[in-house]
Design a binder for this molecule. Structure first.
Ligand code: HEM
Length: 463
């Protein structure tokens, strides 16, 4: 006898009411659904098909591991008008895998190491203009720098008119796309009417034409004077070949460069702001970090810093408690699958909930508390700790992002004296699917810190 039930239960209120609850306080909606219905619950929020949220690690393992057989992974087609048809985010199946194989090496090993100096230099730019006693907006500052970091690493140029203009245009596009009337273009294609540059869609087209012009100009120059010594992502992507010896076309390169900036910019900005918040909220964490970084001597390099164990645990805990992205892209069941006590029918939309897994009491006792030690005491699997998603769509910028998080923490605590302007907690709010600091992170810049040995701690405390 089949003892499996088909769909798990879930909130009973009308889907439009649920949508209002989700939009007004997503985390509360998720917490209460999990509390009432358990590790799997069904909603009808985003689609006419049932959507099952999953926060059980074993079930998540089944989803990520069974991707090619029992789930389709439709990519996010809503972004096609912006990112193009050759973007990792919109591509599916074999072409998606081909692109991942061509792009992923640029984010690993020796290539990642080559980006460390750029990351360090640009992160430093957040603090360089500040004067002692000045209050600044940490999230504003990290938003201003995050696109620059990705573009610099992607194109290998961190100065000059082209990169400045591109950064400005992509930021304008992202900010504009957050207005509700503009985000409706994602869902309602017939609204996309180019009635000239002053019409909403016309303005988007105008920005995109300029972005494309600049990227294509860069690609053309590179193809003309190809320099195999360059280590930026564009160069590596241009040199990469698949098994058939085929490389990426100009159109594919354009779509992927825009994708990297769009996919990474907001996440990094938010992760950097949360990092400054958490390490300054808890002085004991900040002091321990200082001690650890100081132990490397004067002017340690980012790659040595990145290997430090307490710093690594702090970075992991930041992305656990403030996971930046609350969920990965949905997967769709293509052949019935058993998850816990349920057998999900074909067409069910399945979403592993990063946020809910990171709040599990059994994995993370006192989940609301910031405790980096948990990452020193035990190892978590990819299904228990998943800020970067998993399976065939796991974030390709994961290692790169961790390096950036470590960089801002290290620079913030070891080179400068900063403090939070207020003791009040900063709550998260959703911007798209990103968890960002609700009222920004307001900080005071107290001054530069000279390193470990040359000044006693008491003097360092208030420069
Ligand atoms: C702290 C920062 C970041 C977080 C928390 C984050 C998180 C994520 C998550 C959860 C996914 C979805 C995975 C899935 O569907 O299973 C994703 C996908 C992706 N991320 Fe990130 N990300 C971050 C930064 C970046 C950066 C810096 C880049 C690029 C420079 C990047 C590029 C991408 C791309 C291209 C995808 C799509 C991968 C695919 O569909 O194959 N991300 N990221």
């Amino acid at each position: 006898m089949n003892t499996f039930k088909t769909l798990p239960p879930g909130p009973k209120t009308h889907s439009s009411i649920q949508m209002i609850q989700w939009l007004s306080n997503t985390l509360k909606y998720m917490d209460s659904a999990r509390q009432n219905y358990g590790d799997l619950f069904t909603t009808y929020l985003a689609s006419k098909n049932p959507t099952v949220y999953v926060s059980d690690p074993q079930a998540i393992q089944k989803i990520f591991d069974g991707e090619s057989k029992q789930f389709s992974n439709p990519g996010n087609q809503l972004f096609k008008p912006f990112l193009g048809q050759y973007s990792l985010i919109t591509l599916t199946e074999a072409t998606h895998q081909r692109h991942r194989q061509l792009i992923m090496p640029s984010f690993h090993g020796k290539h990642l190491k080559a980006y460390a100096q750029t990351i360090d230099d640009l992160t430093e730019q957040i603090f360089a203009p500040l004067t002692p006693g000045q209050t600044f907006s940490a999230y504003g500052a990290t938003r201003a720098i995050s696109g620059k970091i990705i573009l610099s690493v992607a194109l290998g140029i961190n100065k000059g008119e082209r990169v400045r203009k591109l950064n400005e245009l992509i930021s304008s596009l992202l900010n504009y796309a957050k207005y509700p009337f503009v985000s409706s273009f994602f869902f309602v294609p017939w609204l996309r009417k180019d009635l000239g540059r002053w019409s909403p869609w016309g303005y988007i087209r105008h920005l995109m034409r300029q972005i494309d012009e600049l990227i294509y100009a860069e690609i053309a120059e590179r193809r003309q004077n190809y320099d195999p010594e360059r280590t930026d992502i564009l160069n590596l992507m241009m040199a990469a070949k698949d098994e058939a010896g085929e490389g990426l076309s100009d159109r594919e390169l354009r779509d992927e460069i825009v994708t990297l900036v769009v996919a990474g910019q907001d996440g990094i900005a938010s992760a950097m702001a949360w990092s400054l918040y958490w390490v300054h909220r808890l002085p004991e964490v900040r002091d321990k970090l200082r001690q650890e970084i100081d132990s490397l001597g004067a002017k340690p390099n980012l790659l040595d810093i990145a290997r430090l164990s307490y710093l690594t645990a702090v970075s992991q805990e930041i992305l656990r408690i403030s996971p930046v992205e609350i969920q990965p892209q949905p997967r769709i069941v293509t052949s019935p699958i058993k998850l816990l006590d349920y057998e999900l029918p074909v067409g069910t939309v399945v979403v592993p909930s990063i946020y809910l897994v990171h709040q599990r009491e059994d994995l993370y006792p006192e989940p609301q508390k910031f405790k980096p030690e948990r990452f020193l005491e035990r190892k978590f699997s990819y299904y228990e700790y998943l800020p970067f998603g998993g399976g065939s769509r796991r974030c390709i910028g994961a290692a790169f992002s961790m390096l950036i998080v470590k960089s801002i923490i290290a620079i913030g605590v070891s080179r400068y004296q900063l403090e939070l302007k207020s003791d009040r907690p900063v709550y998260p709010t959703l911007s798209g699917l990103n968890l960002v600091p609700k009222d920004d992170v307001k900080m005071t810049f107290l001054g530069k810190r000279t390193t470990n040995s040359d000044r006693p701690q008491a003097v360092l405390e208030r420069i």
